[in-house]
Design a protein around this ligand. Structure first.
Ligand SMILES: *[C@@H]1O[C@H](CO)[C@@H](O)[C@H](O)[C@H]1NC(C)=O
Ligand SMILES: *[C@@H]1O[C@H](CO)[C@@H](O)[C@H](O)[C@H]1NC(C)=O
Ligand SMILES: *[C@@H]1O[C@H](CO)[C@@H](O)[C@H](O)[C@H]1NC(C)=O
Ligand SMILES: *[C@@H]1O[C@H](CO)[C@@H](O)[C@H](O)[C@H]1NC(C)=O
Ligand SMILES: *[C@@H]1O[C@H](CO)[C@@H](O)[C@H](O)[C@H]1NC(C)=O
Ligand SMILES: *[C@@H]1O[C@H](CO)[C@@H](O)[C@H](O)[C@H]1NC(C)=O
Length: 278
């Protein structure tokens, strides 16, 4: 038994050597430090062909959100040692300017090659950072005990199933009970924390496009960046969107979304924080 375990450990370590959890954790720590200080240059080094976007549009890192020192109330990072990607969720409740931010990084094992940041604040989809922080604080996102971890494939499939369901009412989604979705600050579970409220009626004609993944088996989580058609009621373009899924024993447990509304307050619904079904 021992030699087999040892062998599989060696293989795993070799395959992910350049993008170990330690390396990726250092990268997300450096990112969080940079965002706290408002000094992007304190981050890891950037690859020569480094690209930076905000709301999926090319942006200048020197004058973007990283130039602002933010008081971070909550952060959570997913580390993907296979794809060499990370995702970090940040909540800032500072009343002078609250934010919920998602940042996806791609690395080459030494440097950052790509950063895609989604910055949400007032006017974005159901935005309420206080609500985001509050409902997040009710949730349990502990690392999954090693003997109970799902495989990458299972975790990814659970997230994909959710989006596939948007184009096909008959697609089977592995809903957990309970399951709750946090969007901007509104929580489907607010009325019953022990029910499956992730499935309160979803559309079935929406093709969610351009999926980019960060999968973390230890955290039992996958984040998927997508273009979400129809999210912005006032736009024909797919909306910039992040969905973070916590998966336990193959089933969806929590969903956190970060969706920006470009130039259309509330994605065409104005200041409302009420959406039927939520
Ligand atoms: C991020 O969260 C961790 C643990 O939750 C905390 O120890 C750390 O200080 C946070 N980092 C920042 C920059 O707020
Ligand atoms: C950046 O350059 C490296 C080689 O230096 C290459 O492997 C990678 O594909 C490039 N990435 C992009 C986004 O062009
Ligand atoms: C934001 O969420 C907090 C906590 O749930 C709640 O007390 C507050 O009323 C919400 N604000 C809005 C504008 O919905
Ligand atoms: C879903 O299933 C129902 C009942 O079996 C069927 O009538 C319908 O055509 C299916 N819809 C799709 C999009 O496959
Ligand atoms: C909450 O949901 C659980 C599971 O579906 C159900 O058993 C319970 O009756 C619900 N509680 C309320 C107050 O609706
Ligand atoms: C939304 O509400 C805030 C304060 O409640 C207000 O300052 C802002 O102008 C409103 N925006 C729109 C588009 O109505």
């Amino acid at each position: 038994m021992l030699p087999i375990l040892f062998l599989s450990f060696t293989i795993a370590a070799t395959a992910s050597e350049k993008c170990s959890r330690t390396f990726l954790n250092d990268a997300t720590d450096a990112y969080l430090g940079a965002q706290s200080k408002g000094v992007y240059t304190s981050m890891f080094s950037f690859a020569e062909n480094f690209t930076y976007t905000e709301q999926f549009k090319p942006a200048n890192i020197a004058s973007g959100i990283l130039s602002k020192a933010l008081k971070i109330d909550h952060n959570r990072s997913l580390l993907d040692t296979v794809l060499c990607t990370t995702f970090t969720e940040i909540i800032v409740t500072d009343p002078s300017h609250p934010y919920v931010i998602g940042t996806r990084m791609e690395l080459d094992g030494q440097k950052i090659t790509k950063m895609e940041t989604l910055v949400t604040d007032e006017g974005d989809w159901l935005f309420n950072a206080t609500g985001y922080a509050y409902y997040n604080s009710l949730e349990k996102w502990d690392p999954i005990p090693e003997d109970q971890r799902d495989s990458r494939e299972v975790i990814k499939a659970a997230g994909d199933a959710y989006f596939n369901r948007f184009a096909d009412a008959n697609y089977t989604v592995p809903w957990g009970t309970p399951c709750a979705r946090l969007e901007g600050g509104a929580y489907t579970g607010s009325r019953n924390l022990t029910a499956n409220t992730c499935n309160l009626g979803l559309p079935s004609t929406i093709k969610v496009v351009d999926r980019r993944y960060v999968i973390d088996e230890e955290l039992g989580a996958v984040d998927i960046y997508v273009g979400f058609p129809g999210l912005d009621r006032a736009s024909k373009e797919p909306g910039p969107d992040s969905h973070l899924f916590r998966v336990e024993k193959g089933k969806l447990r929590y969903i956190h979304t970060i969706s920006t509304c470009e130039g259309h307050p509330g994605c065409g619904l104005g200041n409302t924080t009420f959406v039927p079904g939520l």
